[in-house]
Design a protein around this ligand. Sequence first.
Ligand code: ZN
Ligand code: ZN
Length: 194
Amino acid sequence: MTSACPYCRCGFEPEEEALTCEACATPHHADCYAENGGCTVFGCAKAPADEPKVSISSADLSQARPAVAAAPPPPNPALTTSVAPPPRPPGAPPRIQVTEPAPERGLSFGGYSAVSHAPIAPYTRRRTRTNYVLLGVFLGGLGVHNFYAGYTKRAVGQMLLTLLSFFFLGWAAWIWALVEVCIVKQDGDGVPLL
Ligand SMILES: [Zn+2]
Ligand SMILES: [Zn+2]
């Protein structure tokens, strides 16, 4: 016999007489039993009949079990054969793969392409040549202008040249940047600088 009422989860006072369910012998407070309108044990025969969740009989449970259990029905060999997709006909033409021609490369020298054929997306954030020149003149030794324009490899090269030489070769990276400022007309995405 449990020591707590299943309805209110409270224990029974010593002077209080527990009302024991006739069907499942579960003790209840008399008030709790009356408030619930019957036994509060799930599935008990003395549970109130107007509450469907406590009045489910074993027959109802067995009927509801397929709906509750999400397991798929056992495979039917006759069904699986009809569901399977039809095999590809042997004479069907192979799927044609359209390959776009490689974009035409403009004249390039040392990786610096002179002409851009890249389409400009309308939503692309355009980099300005003014910013590129200013960054190259003042911070070109650290490759900042190339970071700005999207030439990450060149930017890292210039930054490492300056930093790894403890700025002794910073002048070289800076001259490199000045040359780039003069000849670079587009950013790393091939979009002309504004
Ligand atoms: Zn109670
Ligand atoms: Zn009961």
